[in-house]
Design a protein. Sequence first.
Length: 170
Amino acid sequence: MKKLLKSLLVISMVVLVSGCGDKKEEVQNQGETPKQEATEKTYKCSLTSNDVVNGYKLESLYEIYAKDDVVKKVVTEEKVTSEDNAILDTFETTLNDTYKATDEAYGGYDYEIVRSGDELVSTTTIDYSAMDLKKYVEDNSVLKSYVNDNNELTVEGIKKLYTSLGATCD
């Protein structure tokens, strides 16, 4: 059970600052000249964990949206599969409590958790422009190495985080 709780803590951290990869979509905003062109990119990452000891599989897909190498939004889908309802209960409670508390404290979270049979799917959108990221980083000092001088999450920082957690990026 301790290993399960540790996994849930990792999930919470991953959900907050998720994404990496190389898929790029460039967009020129209307009315801007090429010199003022805003560059928007989409990055994708995935993380899979098959915990045979505790009896669950976790599959996470992350799509982040960045502008000028600063993360603006993350859309995450996490799927937990287990034949043990107690494990799904624990994940569901932990994810609901974590997302609710984080949204209340810092803002920016929109999430939905759906459970069907032996599967739990969590879809979360984190809008960093609506989040008090400065406060979040102050409260979680480990994140300082993933933000720039303006306290914005960077694509490079997210790549470092996901690499350290074992994510695979496109």
